[in-house]
Write a protein that binds this ligand. Structure first.
Ligand code: SF4
Ligand code: SF4
Length: 293
């Protein structure tokens, strides 16, 4: 049986303050998050991911347009006017948040203007270890690292290429580098006092029987929570099935042997604004801004 979430939260200070680090129904319905789409580029290729600018699709990697770093504080201020329960500013794309310096510059400005907001960074982890000090210095308290496999052969099937310090790597060398950097990055963030959640995109036939190994490995590195995100079939994985409810439940049970499992993910857009799954104010927030296309 599952332990009571209240009793098992590894970070009770975030319960009710960060919707995606809360375990109770009340906890993730009582505070909001703003996703600021400031990060344009990515340094790896995930075969399920197609970044896009539009108003309609509700999925990660999509935003109405980019927000410039020097507009970030103004967008946060307007978002707080629209949705005063926002307690978290997250940067989750539309590309990788550490591939360019936009996210850390935006976070530093936001942290100076709104020191009580929780800054939350999502990354693929390729550059997390080497940027861990500036990440924490920019006021980031919670970090989400997407780790889809810790077996290089599987990882190479999911993200076949990376660009690392100007070099393009493919196949197993790319996967080995990415995995090693993700684990080192989680260790470094935790050593500096950050809280780490791992997102794993659950891809039937690829990593659905591998999530326990992922959970065990990232738990040993210091991660506190795992979020198994069901694949939204798309891009090069358009013909793969989404996980069934039974596959999702089994994977969650296997991951739960090692980590607290977050199971309320709404697979949000990179410009979401409000309480995940309940409210979204992004249309009003960006009403004066044309969609970029
Ligand atoms: Fe897309 Fe994120 Fe993968 Fe980059 S790391 S390709 S933005 S899913
Ligand atoms: Fe939270 Fe999931 Fe939305 Fe990220 S994508 S803000 S983890 S609900």
């Amino acid at each position: 049986g599952q332990r009571r979430p209240e009793a098992s939260s590894p970070f009770p200070q975030l319960e009710g303050r960060h919707p995606c680090f809360s375990l109770t129904a009340e906890g993730h319905a009582s505070s909001g998050r703003l996703h600021l789409p400031v990060s344009p580029a990515c340094n790896i290729t995930c075969r399920f991911c197609r970044r896009d600018f539009n108003r309609d699709e509700w999925r990660p990697g999509v935003a109405r347009g980019l927000v410039a770093v020097d507009q970030a504080v103004d967008v946060v201020r307007r978002a707080l006017d629209l949705c005063p329960t926002i307690s978290v500013v997250g940067i989750a794309g539309p590309g990788d948040t550490l591939c360019t310096d936009h996210a850390l510059r935006a976070f530093a400005l936001i942290h100076a203007a709104f020191p009580d907001l929780i800054n939350c960074l999502s990354t693929n982890g390729l550059l997390l270890a080497e940027k861990a000090e500036p990440v924490i210095a920019a006021g980031v308290g919670t970090v989400t690292v997407t780790v889809n496999a810790v077996d290089p052969a599987l990882q190479a099937e999911i993200s076949p290429t990376i660009t690392y310090h100007g070099r393009r790597l493919t196949g197993l060398p790319a996967a080995e580098r990415l995995i090693a950097n993700q684990i080192a990055g989680i260790r470094r963030i935790v050593a500096l006092g950050g809280v780490v959640k791992v997102n794993t995109v659950l891809i039937p036939g690829l990593n659905d029987r591998h999530v326990e190994t992922v959970a065990r490995t990232v738990a040993a590195a210091g991660a506190s929570m795992i979020n198994l995100i069901p694949l939204l079939p798309g891009h090069e994985f358009a013909d793969r099935p989404a996980p069934t409810a039974a596959q999702q439940a089994r994977a969650q049970a296997e991951a739960a042997r090692h980590l607290t499992v977050f199971s309320h993910c709404s697979r949000c857009r990179a410009d979401a604004c409000g309480i995940p799954g309940l409210t979204d104010y992004a249309d009003a927030l960006y009403a004066a801004r044309p969609a970029q296309d």
